[in-house]
Design a protein around this ligand. Structure first.
Ligand code: PDD
Length: 293
């Protein structure tokens, strides 16, 4: 079965789906995106993703191409046409098509919308049981990492560096020696007091939806969460570490560069947090509930 994409008003087989050569997303990376997990056909925390999408657009002065409700219909329809229950939806909105010129085109230019969706396999048993290794890289990104922009070159480079060094993710480190986030995930540690520590939401990181959900789940289970920067040094001596994202969920980190954390196995709190998140996804899939804390 051929995969179906939504492109500017039409549902097309991937082979026939394309954007204009002068799409500003293509020429200037002038656009934003979202990735939403789908479980049992339900968009997980869809409202929060929609809120972040609207914020990213507004920060870049790109108008919403249509109402959130109309966009939601397209997301669901794209999932339906690709005939899967568990996977992801990818949404990309660029400033539109116009003759190449850096400043914004005239206001009549319509933002361009692309939506794709695909089944994703369950997380590998090896990753769940053994955790993953991360390397570290200097954070060379711009100062608006809170915007989910499609301009991802620094992220591409650090993820490639990780792959070349046999790791899955690269934790980016700022000029003061503090971890910001991974190339496509948020970074967390658990300190000696058993507190969860993760960088606060500001311009240096993306306000991850999985991060936000996990904070709510952890707090409702009586765990203490410290939203503050942590140094690479602190991370390497942490009791446990993990990362979160829509596609990697909650994944244990057992090695940072050459430093093996604790006993080199996923920590017990991380395992419990992962389970909390998996249960939350399953419950949402059954109830069809939208984002609420
Ligand atoms: N990545 N930080 C960065 C830089 C990201 O790109 C992502 C998401 C996250 C986690 O955000 P969330 O929990 O909302 O997925 C943090 C997506 C999945 C991607 O680019 O594929």
């Amino acid at each position: 079965m051929s995969r179906i994409a939504y492109v500017n008003g039409r549902y097309l087989p991937h082979g026939a789906a394309s954007v204009h050569v002068e799409d500003r997303g293509y020429q200037f990376a002038d656009g934003v995106y979202e990735v939403i997990a789908v479980r049992g056909g339900v968009l997980i925390d869809g409202d929060w993703h929609m809120g972040r999408l609207q914020r990213s657009l507004s920060e870049l002065q790109i108008r919403m191409p249509m109402s959130p409700a109309a966009l939601n219909v397209i997301f669901r329809e794209t999932v339906r046409r690709n005939r899967f229950k568990d996977g992801i939806v990818y949404i990309q909105i660029s400033r539109g098509v116009a003759r190449r010129d850096h400043p914004f085109p005239n206001p009549e230019v319509r933002p361009a919308v692309v939506v794709t969706a695909r089944r994703t396999p369950p997380q590998s048993a090896k990753v769940i049981e053994e955790g993953i290794a991360v390397i570290t890289q200097p954070d060379i990104r711009w100062e608006r990492c809170d915007i989910k922009a499609i301009a991802l070159l620094p992220n591409v480079l650090v993820k490639q560096a990780a792959r070349e060094q046999g790791a899955v993710e690269a934790w980016q480190v700022d000029g003061d020696g503090f971890v910001t986030e991974g190339g496509s995930t948020n970074a967390w540690i658990i300190n000696a007091d058993g507190h969860l520590v993760t960088r606060p939401v500001e311009n240096a990181i993306l306000n991850g939806i999985t991060r936000r959900r996990l904070i709510a789940l952890a707090k409702s289970h009586g765990l203490k969460v410290e939203e503050r920067p942590f140094s690479l040094e602190e991370a390497k001596s942490a009791r446990e570490a993990f990362l979160t994202s829509t596609t990697s969920l909650v994944t244990a980190v057992v090695k940072i560069d050459d430093t093996v954390l604790a006993n080199g196995r996923p920590g017990s709190k991380t395992v419990a947090l992962r389970q909390l998140y998996m249960d939350f996804m399953s419950e949402t899939a059954i109830s069809g509930a939208t984002s609420q804390v």
